[in-house]
Write a protein that binds this ligand. Structure first.
Ligand code: NAP
Length: 324
């Protein structure tokens, strides 16, 4: 078992910021990268709203720069996936990955949430070619174009309204004949002249033109079973997110949707375990906000470790695994 002061689970912007700050505090954090270095940021084609980069840069480039920055202060990145954790006995915590087992004095959880997918043909291959899960990230690229928004919750309507700043027309496609979104948002959507609504309809596939870009969606009315092709250049999907929290089971307090509950200092329900980014934030979901939360979590972890300095075992004394 490897003994570490800080283990960071996840390598999105929150994890990368936590890595930088804890590394700079000379804690030599270990970052368990997970399935995708950079998380959702790594699949964002263009990030134009991260401060300090006028003209923007690609998600992968930003992730590489953040990783390099954290490594320059001593963060270690391990390409591995966390299988289970044991927070039940307090610090030091057990973190078991596919290849290793760690004992960590403090843990920062930045494992993110994934946009729920429609699961239709063309959806995944359309990412970067017209399919998007983030209006703030990609709306700008659809100036003057006609796009569709899929979903009927607060996110779908909020993003549809936001996207009317760019698109010439936004057609919301919802599977029922009433929205789940709050009434105020509904009123704003109904009052917006650029927004049309198609009720009782699901997207069956995403279609592409000869240039490889999205040019239509296949639709089906769930009441009549009528099918049709709806031309569009952009497909924005907002049908909820799925937080990557199941590995924590009941060890961390979560809300009813599976997001980890943190206080204003990014502390979870377990002392010494902190969380940042989209695993605990259902609302903002920006690279910049995740970086801020990751920074706060790291600073709080640094404070917490300082406060408990006398209780910490030296890093060269590896505790034996309990019960095995
Ligand atoms: P949500 O409330 O779960 O809504 C998801 C929407 O997508 C629902 O309309 C649902 O349809 C639809 N949907 C789900 N799966 C689908 C599928 N496979 N195919 C087609 N449609 C599908 O998710 P959300 O809008 O992301 O909101 C999440 C939470 O954040 C909510 O509590 C929300 O209130 C909150 N939030 C608040 C604000 C705000 O206050 N400004 C903004 C954003 C989010 P059905 O309605 O038929 O189930």
């Amino acid at each position: 078992m490897k003994k570490e002061r800080v283990v960071i689970i996840g390598s999105g912007p929150a994890g990368l910021a936590s890595a930088l700050y804890t590394a700079r505090a000379q804690l030599n954090p270990v970052v368990i990268v997970g399935p995708q270095l950079g998380g959702q940021a790594a699949i964002t084609s263009e990030v134009e709203n991260y401060p300090g980069f006028p003209g923007g840069l690609s998600g992968p480039d930003l992730v590489d720069k953040m990783k390099e920055h954290a490594e320059s202060f001593g963060a270690e990145f391990v390409y591995d996936i966390v299988e289970s954790v044991d927070f039940t006995n307090g610090s030091p915590f057990r973190v078991k990955t596919m290849m290793e087992e760690y004992s960590a004095d403090a843990v920062i959880v930045t494992i993110g949430a994934d946009p729920r997918k429609l699961g239709v043909a063309g959806e995944i291959e359309g990412v970067g070619k017209g399919v998007s899960y983030c209006g703030t990230c990609d709306g700008f690229f659809f100036r003057g174009r006609e796009i569709v928004v899929v979903g009927g919750g607060d996110s779908a309507l909020e993003e549809a309204i936001f996207l009317t700043r760019f698109a010439s027309k936004v057609t919301v496609i919802h599977r029922r004949d009433e929205f789940r979104a709050g009434v105020q948002l509904q009123k704003r959507a109904f009052d917006n002249e650029k927004i049309d609504i198609i009720w009782d309809t699901v997207v069956e596939d995403v279609q592409f033109g000869d240039d490889g870009q999205v040019n239509a969606v296949g639709l089906k009315n769930v009441k009549t079973d009528d099918t049709s092709t709806f031309p569009t250049e952009g497909v924005f999907i907002f049908i909820g997110h799925i937080p990557n929290s199941p590995i924590f089971g009941d060890q961390l307090a979560m809300n009813e949707r599976g997001y980890i509950i943190t206080d204003d200092r990014m502390r979870t329900s377990v002392e010494g375990v902190f969380a940042a980014g989209e695993i605990q934030d259902e609302i903002w979901r920006q690279v910049a906000t995740s970086v801020g939360q990751g920074t706060s979590a790291a600073m709080q972890a640094i404070h917490w470790l300082e406060e408990h300095e006398e209780d910490l075992q030296p890093l060269d004394e590896t505790p034996e695994p309990a019960g095995d």
